[in-house]
Design a protein around this ligand. Structure first.
Ligand code: SAM
Length: 280
């Protein structure tokens, strides 16, 4: 018994299935089920929602999600060694846990779920940012998910919620805040994980807005923001030279001084610039 369910404690599960952590798979496990239950709570009310979990590993967070009442959990795991442990959880929650073995970057998991869909994951560090960018840049908005509750390295979490004026502010902040509300809801020391990583972590909760905060074409905004932050120390008139030959005029039309640097530009102003650039 573990406190949140009738399954064995995670240390026993790991020992029984020989789940020694593999660095290449970003395996830093959470073994405290009170903590995984807390992360599940940070995702809001899960009853009546399908949950997509990436990287369940030995299943600590999966158990938290199921104990919190998720209608269904679809868990995508690359490491086949974890499957027997996850199968035990599936048996304890009949019909509510489906495990897909494979690479989350290659599987269209959303197609297997029924809305409303919440994504909750203690992400493998090596693919976390790439997955987040994909979830934030679907071909159409609103996306398949209503919220994302994701564990990141603290530094990445700070980049997602950053406001203009600091080093953390960049493409990730603009992408995330343009069409979602993003906030850090939990901080975890490195010692919360087994094995402990080198850095602390934080959980970010993002809620999809029904429509973008300010009008702009997604592809144009993405191009402008990528160019602006690729050369973040340069003035925008230089960093954005390749975007349009008359970029100085367009910057002024958007209310941005051509001598400003990307770090100083608000989300609203980036959207205004994307609209000016889209005028052709
Ligand atoms: N959810 C577990 C927990 O909280 O203890 C494990 C989290 S661990 C940080 C990341 C998990 O993602 C590992 O189980 C790892 O095998 C899995 N993983 C790594 N790369 C993956 C990928 N591309 N697709 C799916 N799972 C992956």
């Amino acid at each position: 018994m573990s406190g949140i369910d009738a399954l064995p404690p995670l240390r026993e599960v790991i020992a029984a299935h020989g789940l020694s952590a593999k660095k290449a798979l970003g395996q830093n496990f959470l073994l405290d089920l009170n903590l995984t239950a807390k992360i599940a709570r940070a995702a809001g009310d899960l009853t009546g929602a399908d949950v997509l979990e990436i990287g369940p590993g030995p299943g600590g967070l999966t158990r938290g999600l199921l104990a919190a009442g998720a209608r269904r959990v679809l868990a995508v795991e690359k490491d086949a060694r974890c499957l027997p442990a996850l199968d035990q959880i599936a048996q304890a929650y009949p019909g509510r846990l489906q495990v897909v073995e494979g690479d989350a970057l290659k599987i269209d998991a959303a197609a297997l779920l029924t809305p409303p869909i919440k994504v909750v994951a203690n992400l493998p560090y090596n693919v976390g940012t790439e997955l987040l960018v994909r979830w934030l840049t679907p071909p159409a908005w609103p996306p398949f998910w209503t919220s994302l509750t994701l564990m990141f390295q603290r530094e990445v979490a700070e980049r997602i919620v950053a406001r203009p004026g600091g080093k953390a502010y960049g493409r990730l902040a603009v992408l995330a805040q343009w069409r979602a509300d993003a906030k850090i809801v939990m901080s975890l020391p490195a010692s919360a994980f087994t094995p402990a990583p080198k850095v602390d972590s934080a959980v970010v909760h993002l809620t999809a807005l029904p429509a973008p905060r300010h009008p702009a074409d997604a592809a144009v905004l993405s191009r402008v923001v990528a160019a602006a932050f690729n050369q973040r120390r340069k003035m925008l008139r230089a960093a954005l030279k390749g975007i349009a030959p008359d970029i100085e005029d367009r910057l002024r039309a958007a209310g941005i001084a051509p001598t400003e640097r990307a770090e100083q530009v608000s989300l609203e102003a980036f959207c205004a610039l994307a609209r000016e650039v889209a005028k052709g």
